[in-house]
Design a protein around this ligand. Structure first.
Ligand SMILES: Nc1nc2c(ncn2[C@@H]2O[C@H](COP(=O)(O)OP(=O)(O)OP(=O)(O)O)[C@@H](O)[C@H]2O)c(=O)[nH]1
Ligand SMILES: [Mg+2]
Length: 441
C-alpha cells in the first residue's frame, strides 16, 4: 500500500509547459476530484481543466495522462499533468493535490518506488540519476546501457555460476554418501573460481574507465612558482581564467576549470606554486596544493624547459608513485630538446603534445567502442568485495581447508553481487542512493 505522492518533474522555472506527476494508490481518485472530465481509461491523454471545485475556480487548461499500474514508471497508478509552465499554476495544482490527500514526493521517491515495485534494479535506478547528470555523449551512452538493463545482464550469469558451485558444495557437505551426486573437488572449485575472477577483473577494469567517462578526470596542475601552471590552465581551457604574472607566487587559492577532451571531462585544478614560503596566505595555498596530490586522478607536473631546481627535484620525488605526466613548459626558450620528454609552450597555446599524452594515458581514443559497464563507486567497490572473497575462497580451497569455510567466502561474493543489483538491499543504502536524485525523479 503506497500513499499518493506528487511533485513537479520538470525544472522549477518558467517555461512553455510544466509537468506534474502523481503516483500511488489513490492518484486516480485525486485526479478525478480536480479534473473536469472523468478519467477512466488507462494510457490515454485527456484534454480538460484543473478545477478547484470548492472555490469554483478554473486553475489551468491541461493535458492529463493516466498510466494504470503496474504498467507505469513506478509500477503504481500514475497521473501526469502537463500544465502551462508558470510556477504559480504548477504550485496551485500541487497544493490542490495535497488538499485532496497527496503528499510532496521526496528526492528520488518516484525512482525508489519503481525499484521497490520491481520495475528496475539498483543499477538501473542509479543510471537514471547519472543519465540526467551526464555531461558528454559517452557518459550518456554508458548510462543508457544501464537503463536498458544491459549492464545488469553482465552480473546475472556470474551470479548463476556462483549459485551452482555453492549448491554443489552444499549437497556434497549434506549428502556425502549419495553416489549420484557430482563430487566436488578442491581442484574443480579453484578452476571455477579462477574463471569468475577473470570475469570480475574485466568488469572492474572496464568500470574504472567508465567511471572516468562518467565523472571526469580530476587533474591537478602542480609545480614550483612561475613555471606556467596558470598559463597552462588558460591554454587548456582556451580562455583566460587564472591570473598570470611574472611574479612567483601569483596563484594563492585553487582555480578550477572544466574542459572536454575527446569526450571526457577534465576537471582542471590550478594550484599555488609549491615552495618554502613565509607568507601566511601563500602557505595555506601551498598546503592545499599538497593535499590535492592524493585526491587527483592525474597530476601534471610542470617544469621549466632547461631549468631544474631543487624544488623541482623534490616535486618529482613527491609525485613519483602517482599517475602523472611531466611537462616541460616554455619550450621556445630552449634550442635542444630531449625526444623522450613532453614539451609545451603555454604562452603560445602550443599544448598539443600534452593533450595527446593524456589521451594516450587514459585510452581516450577508443571511446567509440563503449560497452556496458558498472561504473559508480558503489558498484566498483562491491566488485572488489566479490574479487577479495573469491581470492579467499580460492586460497582456502588450495590449502584443502574444509568446504564449509570455502563456501562462506563464496557466499559473501554471491551476496555482494546481489547488493550490486539491490536484491534484498538494506533500507539505509537505498535511502542514501535515492537522496542524491533531483526532485521529481
Ligand atoms: N616564455 C614563456 N613564458 C611563459 C610560458 N608560460 C608561462 N610563461 C610566463 O611565466 C610567468 C609565470 O606564469 P604563470 O602561469 O603565472 O605561472 P604559475 O606557475 O601559475 O606561477 P604561480 O601562480 O606563481 O605558481 C608569466 O610571466 C608567463 O607569461 C611559456 O610557455 N613560455
Ligand atoms: Mg599560477
Amino acid at each position: 500500500m503506497f500513499d499518493c505522492i506528487v511533485s513537479l518533474i520538470t525544472p522549477p522555472i518558467k517555461g512553455a509547459v510544466a509537468l506534474i506527476r502523481l503516483s500511488g494508490d489513490n492518484s486516480l481518485d485525486i485526479a478525478n476530484s480536480i479534473f473536469t472530465k472523468k478519467i477512466e481509461e488507462s494510457y490515454r491523454v485527456y484534454h480538460g481543466y484543473i478545477i478547484d471545485k470548492e472555490n469554483d475556480e478554473k486553475i489551468d487548461e491541461v493535458l492529463l495522462s493516466y498510466f494504470q499500474g503496474p504498467k507505469s514508471f513506478t509500477g503504481e497508478d500514475v497521473i501526469e499533468i502537463s500544465c502551462h509552465g508558470s510556477m504559480i499554476i504548477a504550485n496551485q495544482i500541487i497544493e490542490l493535490c495535497i488538499k485532496k490527500g497527496a503528499r510532496i514526493a521526496e528526492r528520488g521517491e518516484f525512482s525508489s518506488r519503481a525499484f521497490y515495485n520491481g520495475k528496475i534494479d539498483l543499477v538501473q535506478a542509479e543510471a537514471i540519476n547519472s543519465l540526467i547528470n551526464a555531461e558528454t555523449l559517452q557518459a550518456k551512452k554508458l548510462q543508457m546501457f544501464s537503463l536498458e538493463g544491459k549492464t545488469s545482464s553482465l552480473i546475472y550469469p556470474i551470479k548463476e555460476t556462483l549459485a551452482d558451485i555453492l549448491s554443489l558444495i552444499e549437497v556434497n557437505i549434506d549428502y556425502p554418501e549419495y553416489e549420484d551426486v557430482e563430487q566436488i573437488t578442491d581442484e574443480k572449485i579453484v578452476d571455477e573460481v579462477d574463471k569468475i575472477i577473470i570475469q570480475i577483473n574485466t568488469l572492474i577494469q572496464d568500470g574504472e574507465r567508465s567511471k572516468l567517462i562518467n565523472e571526469g578526470i580530476k587533474v591537478a596542475l602542480i609545480g614550483r612558482p612561475n613555471v606556467g601552471k596558470s598559463s597552462l590552465l588558460n591554454a587548456l581551457l582556451k580562455k583566460d581564467k587564472a591570473i598570470v604574472t611574472s611574479i612567483p607566487g601569483t596563484t594563492r587559492d585553487i582555480v578550477e576549470g572544466r574542459v572536454n577532451l575527446n569526450g571526457i571531462i577534465l576537471n582542471l585544478l590550478d594550484t599555488a606554486g609549491i615552495r618554502d614560503s613565509y607568507d601566511e596566505i601563500e602557505k595555506i595555498g601551498i598546503e592545499k596544493s599538497k593535499n590535492l596530490l592524493d585526491e587527483a586522478d592525474l597530476i601534471i607536473l610542470v617544469l621549466e624547459a632547461g631549468i631544474l631546481l631543487d624544488e623541482d627535484k623534490k616535486l618529482i620525488e613527491m609525485t613519483k608513485d602517482k599517475k602523472r605526466i611531466i611537462v616541460y613548459n616554455k619550450m621556445e626558450t630552449v634550442k635542444e630538446k630531449d625526444p623522450n620528454k613532453i614539451y609545451i609552450s603555454a604562452l603560445n597555446k602550443d599544448i598539443k603534445a600534452l593533450e595527446e599524452e593524456i589521451i594516450k594515458l587514459f585510452n581516450l581514443k577508443e571511446l567509440d567502442e563503449l560497452t556496458p559497464s558498472l561504473c559508480s563507486s558503489r558498484e566498483i567497490g562491491l566488485l572488489n568485495k566479490v574479487k577479495d572473497n573469491l581470492f579467499e575462497a580460492k586460497k582456502e580451497a588450495i590449502e584443502g581447508i574444509s568446504l564449509d569455510l570455502v563456501s562462506i567466502y563464496l557466499k559473501n561474493a554471491y551476496d555482494a553481487l546481489k547488493d550490486i543489483l539491490g536484491e534484498e538491499v538494506s533500507v539505509d543504502l537505498e535511502k542514501e542512493i535515492f537522496s542524491r536524485f533531483c526532485l521529481g525523479k
